[in-house]
Ligand binder design. Structure first.
Ligand SMILES: [Zn+2]
Length: 833
């Protein structure tokens, strides 16, 4: 096995000049060497990205047939998304119903196979290849065990590998495509994974540990996984520690004592080209530039050019024919393998669950990973709350109309309504068949009784009553969650970026009304509404919006006492979301010709990837500054791939820790396979989709789950979509019944939801088990998760097999190159004679 690859050969490979006469992969040598170097540089460049944790200097050769053509291919694809042409199948889809393409592909493959077979294969190569083809899951398993023998693991008693029926593929070419296709695809996939790893590392977001380990084998330098983990040390006896996370006795918002807050660092901040820069001094900022440069803090910044280039690489990759069919086949294989696994092990899994005392689906932790605060209560709840408010505070001035205050009673009188008249039907906030593919109609549903004034009074934080009612109703939702104990939510609150004090207002609201629960974490959503505010003359350019969103966060990080409430509130904020209707047509392609944020003064809204890149860039700098101060860091978790062009999912792949929706992955096999290999969390809301974009029976969730993508169930907007008091349970219940999910599937979904959530490692440890960050079944504790070890082991082994297939192909090719170059040198000498 090539895990025993002699180090000498591996090291020797990088020094050898690349032979121009290599026999395989005819296209890949068309590109000029200058192009190749350029393409390589993208991966190896460390100048622009200081602080990359993982050594990206690769000795491996990741050139593919598309090198040097990324830009053209990507631009072609981008412009197609603009044109919205009615294609039979988009270029990134796998055409299942076009026999011509399939026949063509098969013919090419056969030709290549024949030309390959007749060639003389050197002995060493043949042996290497045989080795490669022979690997079946039993040997893979051995291999994995060898690999995981790091000192940390050896200390503990090894958990015996679960006995269950394993599905193994044997024979030559077990992946079903010729070696050249496999190699080209493997290089593309590995390249994409390296790119994601780079962006995750830079922004201090997490990257799948198992994948990182396999990538590491292909590159030089020691693997530093610590950066992805929180600093909590493992303590002895933790295995039996409490299932409930520690609760602090004091209310987290109570301690507003300025003296006890961290001190002021005295730094100054200024936005340059859409990204915040931090300087060691505050007052010299207005003076000349030269002086400022010398005092600038050394923080890592992403490079715009590099991002555009990476975007192009990714775009070209997802429409490459052979890569596409390779990924499609692997995904099909993964589905089929899971069917087999279930067929053989269903009873064993069930038996394992039954053996665990006390634990069942109802008392395992689950997190609603995607839910908006303004619609987190159901209709009946909101209705009751409105009626109660009318009774309790009829004389309270809740609204100012043309300088004149209006009481709650007067507001309802002007609408000609009494408390008795109100019903769920008059409230009319539920999505129905008329909202399907009509996001505009759906947005209007946020207004109770169709009146935006009621929305302002009851579900806003920044109204005349300073969000009093909204705070109360959220606290009622929180109380329900605490009572149910095992359900947790990550509520999204809005920051619009219209003015500088939005963060302070929001924090003041939370602190004043004590809106906090240990079952709740906040995410901050930034709606992509620049065009609206620009038209209303609230913003001149896009940079102003970015400044409004990020400057307060930098200020509070540098000096917590400057925004004391924000400092307290921010401790419970876990990340950013980017929201809006993704199906809105985009008028612009983000490339190097795009105006910088300060010059973005057009009427048009910047495209999705532009928003995401600048949010990512600022978050990266902020996170590194926060890490320096010992504060927690934030992650990017945008709405992505619900509708609209495919490049949203590419941006999401590069920049965000996990995403919401991801529906369009069903059409893009390359991306779906990459989301699988990188184990990117996808928070899915099939009931929400059913009302807006995709009917329930066509939802890809069961398919994703069977393939091993990290999916979780979430509600999105209970106010619009759900009927019961426990919307998350309603979501699980319907999914289980429609798709016939087993209890094991449900528990796996719940475990995924905790893993991808923003709750701290400390909390996750009490919910999932003391070793939850460990790979494979070691990370599982069935007494807490109710997920059988068999299932976890199956997922882990299957993923290792996939990663092994890919990395092995690349290493086998390395071996081949060395041998080949040896013989070619001799051949060349002979030819000269
Ligand atoms: Zn949403």
């Amino acid at each position: 096995m090539s895990s025993n690859l002699p180090p000498a050969t591996a090291a020797g490979a990088k020094n050898k000049p690349l032979s121009p006469f290599r026999k395989r992969g005819s296209l890949q040598y068309a590109a000029s060497t200058a192009d190749l170097r350029g393409a390589r540089h993208l991966l190896t460049s460390q100048h622009s990205l200081p602080g990359i944790p993982v050594a990206l200097k690769q000795s491996i050769d990741l050139r593919t047939s598309m090198d040097g053509k990324y830009k053209e291919i990507a631009e072609e694809l981008f412009s197609r998304t603009l044109a919205e042409s009615e294609m039979r199948s988009a270029p990134y889809e796998f055409p299942e119903d076009s026999p011509i393409e399939q026949l063509e592909e098969r013919r090419h493959r056969l030709e290549r196979q024949i030309s390959q077979d007749v060639k003389f294969e050197p002995d060493i190569l043949l042996r290497a290849k045989q080795e490669f083809m022979k690997t079946d899951s039993a040997t893979d398993l051995e291999y994995m065990k060898d690999q995981s023998q790091d000192p940390d693991l050896q200390e503990r008693d090894p958990i015996p590998v679960r006995e269950y029926q394993r599905v193994a593929i044997s024979g030559e070419e077990k992946c079903g495509v010729p070696f050249t296709d496999l190699l080209d695809a493997a290089k593309c996939v590995v390249k994409a994974l390296f790119i994601r790893q780079k962006y995750m590392g830079l922004s201090l977001q997490s990257f799948c540990k198992t994948t990182a380990r396999y990538l590491q084998e292909l590159s030089e330098g020691p693997l530093d996984l610590d950066i992805y983990e929180d600093e909590i040390p493992e303590t002895a006896g933790a295995a039996d520690s409490t299932v409930h996370p520690p609760v602090s006795k004091m209310h987290p918002y109570e301690n507003q004592d300025l003296a006890s807050m961290p001190h002021d660092m005295g730094y100054g901040c200024k936005m340059v080209d859409g990204v915040m820069h931090v300087y060691t001094a505050r007052n010299i900022m207005e003076n000349c530039d030269v002086a400022n440069r010398s005092t600038e803090l050394d923080l890592p910044y992403p490079d715009l050019r590099e991002y555009i280039a990476d975007m192009n690489v990714m775009m070209a990759l997802i429409i490459n024919g052979p890569v596409k069919s390779f990924c499609y086949r692997r995904l099909q294989y993964l589905s089929s393998k899971f069917q087999m696994h279930i067929l053989l092990n269903e009873m064993k899994e069930l038996a394992e669950q039954k053996k665990v005392p006390h634990r069942d689906f109802y008392n395992i932790r689950k997190v609603d990973t995607h839910i908006h605060a303004s619609s987190c209560m159901n209709q009946k709840h909101l209705l009751r709350f409105i009626k109660r408010a009318m009774k309790k505070y009829p004389k309270e001035i809740v609204h100012v109309e043309r300088g004149k205050g209006q009481t709650l009673m007067e507001v309802f009188e002007t609408m000609n309504l009494t408390a008795f008249d109100l019903s769920v039907d008059t409230l009319d906030m539920h999505a129905d068949r008329n909202t399907f593919h009509r996001f505009d109609k759906f947005n209007a549903k946020y207004n109770p009784i169709g009146e935006s004034i009621l929305r302002e009074i009851f579900i806003k934080t920044d109204n005349h009553i300073e969000g009093k009612y909204f705070g109360h109703i959220i606290k009622e939702v929180m109380a329900d969650l605490e009572e149910s104990k095992y359900q947790n939510v990550e509520l999204r609150l809005s920051i619009y970026g219209r003015c500088r004090d939005e963060w302070d207002q929001l924090a003041k609201w939370a602190v004043k009304h004590q809106v906090y629960s240990s079952n709740v974490r906040w995410l901050v959503q930034v709606p992509r509404l620049f065009d609206v505010y620009h038209t209303k003359k609230q913003l001149c350019n896009f940079q102003e919006m970015l400044e409004n969103v990020f400057l307060p966060l930098f200020e509070v990080t540098v000096d917590p006492r400057s925004h004391p409430e924000l400092h307290l509130f921010l401790q419970h904020v876990v990340g950013f979301d980017s929201v809006d209707d993704e199906s809105k047509p985009e008028q612009h392609i983000f490339n190097l010709d795009s105006p910088l944020p300060v010059n973005w003064t057009e009427e048009d809204n910047p495209p999705y990837s532009y928003y995401l890149y600048y949010m990512y860039a600022n978050m990266t700098v902020l996170n590194n500054l926060r890490r320096q101060r010992g504060f927690h860091t934030l992650v990017l978790r945008p709405h992505c791939g619900e509708a609209g062009p495919i490049h949203h999912l590419v941006s999401g792949f590069l920049l965000s820790e996990n995403i919401s929706h991801g529906l369009l992955l069903r059409k893009a096999p390359v991306l779906q396979y990459l989301y699988y290999l990188a184990q990117i969390g996808i928070a899915m809301s099939p009931l929400s989709n059913n009302s807006l974009f995709l009917s329930y029976h066509r939802n890809p969730l069961p398919e994703y789950l069977s393939r091993g993508l990290v999916v979780s169930l979430s509600t999105d907007d209970p106010l619009q979509f759900h009927f019961t008091k426990e919307p998350l349970m309603e979501e699980y219940s319907i999914a289980a019944q429609v798709w016939k999910l087993s209890s094991c599937d449900m528990c796996e979904l719940a475990r995924n939801s905790v893993l991808m959530s923003g709750f701290s490692q400390r909390v996750k440890r009490s919910w999932l088990g003391p070793h939850h960050i460990k790979e494979g079944q070691e990370g599982n504790d069935i007494r807490r998760t109710n997920v059988p070890d068999i299932r976890v082991a199956y997922r882990y082994e299957t993923m290792c097999e996939e990663l092994n297939l890919i990395t092995q192909a690349i290493r086998t090719d390395e071996l081949e190159t060395i041998e080949e170059e040896g013989s070619l040198c001799m051949g060349a000498v002979q030819a000269e004679k």
